[in-house]
Design a protein around this ligand. Structure first.
Ligand code: ATP
Ligand code: MG
Length: 315
């Protein structure tokens, strides 16, 4: 990967190639912040966020993955065990906390073994933000920035180093998730196509829209470049799932990512060893299993990359 990146840089610097090989953002293009949200547990948020972040890094984007879930699955996938490897004030909470122990986000960000991919790891201390925010709201002086601006502000402090930020949200609609939604320029909602999951998602969206209305009235930013539903753990042979997908397509139309994330033992098996499908060798699986999973992942992530290009106004 380092060699490929060096080649991209070389080709662009010599200026002889007819195209650009580094996809990094150019003048006037904003940092994209993609929030992966849904309060239904197990809807595939972390799996989608991890594969998206790694896909974009492989393509040559400078990526910051933010683990906002106290359960820290995204961190664990990248080798940071929340109990052992993440010190006090080592999560995003360290940068958005209300008291004097606050630190610079740049001191919290860690490298991953993936070229171009950095991470803000998580652990249980993130829960403090849920407890401290109501207190801060009660003591707030007029003119103080509100809680929802905090994540956006700290991301702004490292913006020059990245093209895109991918935030893995916790499965709940708390202050962390709301703050992520306010920092986001785009929203991805993974959903497993089953009745109870879709009902739960619709509850989530109703509650979110009520809360965001309040936040917007208080001056929160609610402009998104795009918002998409992503069907996860899809099993093509499953009749009811196919029906549910049809129903969602008729309701949501082009708000759905056309490709779907297939349910695959290649993805869940890779997860057992804390890896993504981009990290395991193809020989480790039945080829057709691996290829099907990879094709579905590339389809999904390619579409998202396309949405990013459009948001930057590229053709
Ligand atoms: N496409 C897939 N194929 C097979 N297994 C999958 C797939 N996507 C997710 N899984 C498995 O489903 C489980 C839940 O996925 P994941 O952790 O991504 O969901 P989540 O929404 O982040 O959960 P939580 O709400 O707890 O944060 C994991 O064990 C994961 O390995
Ligand atoms: Mg998760």
């Amino acid at each position: 990967m380092d060699d490929i990146q060096a080649l991209r840089t070389y080709l662009d610097e010599t200026g002889k190639a007819s195209r650009r090989y580094l996809p990094t953002r150019r003048e006037g293009e904003h940092l994209q912040v993609i929030a992966v949200v849904n309060f239904k547990g197990g809807s595939g948020k972390t799996t989608s966020a991890a594969h998206l972040a790694q896909h974009l890094a492989l393509q040559g984007f400078r990526v910051l993955a933010v683990d906002l879930d106290p359960q820290a699955s995204l961190s664990a996938l990248h080798g940071y065990q929340p109990e052992f490897d993440v010190e006090e004030n080592g999560t995003l909470y360290g940068a958005i906390r209300y008291d004097d122990s606050r630190r610079e986000l740049s001191d919290i960000i860690r490298r991953t073994y993936f070229p171009l991919l950095d991470i803000v790891p998580a652990n249980i201390e993130l829960m403090e933000f849920e407890h401290e925010t109501p207190k801060a709201l009660a003591q707030r002086q007029s003119g103080d920035p509100l809680f929802f601006a905090r994540v956006a502000t700290v991301l702004g402090s490292v913006e020059a180093n990245y093209d895109v930020v991918v935030i893995d949200c916790p499965p709940q609609l708390g202050f962390l998730t709301l703050s992520a939604l306010c920092a986001a320029t785009a929203v991805l909602i993974p959903v497993h196509p089953q009745m109870l999951d879709v009902m739960s998602m619709s509850q989530f969206l109703l509650m979110t829209s009520d809360l965001l209305e309040v936040v917007a009235k208080a001056g929160g930013n609610m402009n998104y470049d795009w918002m998409r539903y992503l069907v996860t753990r899809y099993e093509p042979g499953d009749g009811p799932q196919a029906q549910m997908v049809g129903f969602m397509r008729s309701l949501f139309g082009d708000r759905m990512i056309t490709n779907m994330m297939l349910k695959s033992t290649a993805i869940s098996d890779a997860g057992i060893t804390k890896q993504t499908l981009y990290e395991v060798p193809r020989e480790q699986f039945t080829r057709s299993t691996y290829d099907r999973a990879m094709e579905s992942l590339d389809g999904v992530n390619g579409e998202i990359q396309n949405l990013m290009q459009v948001a930057w106004g590229r053709t």
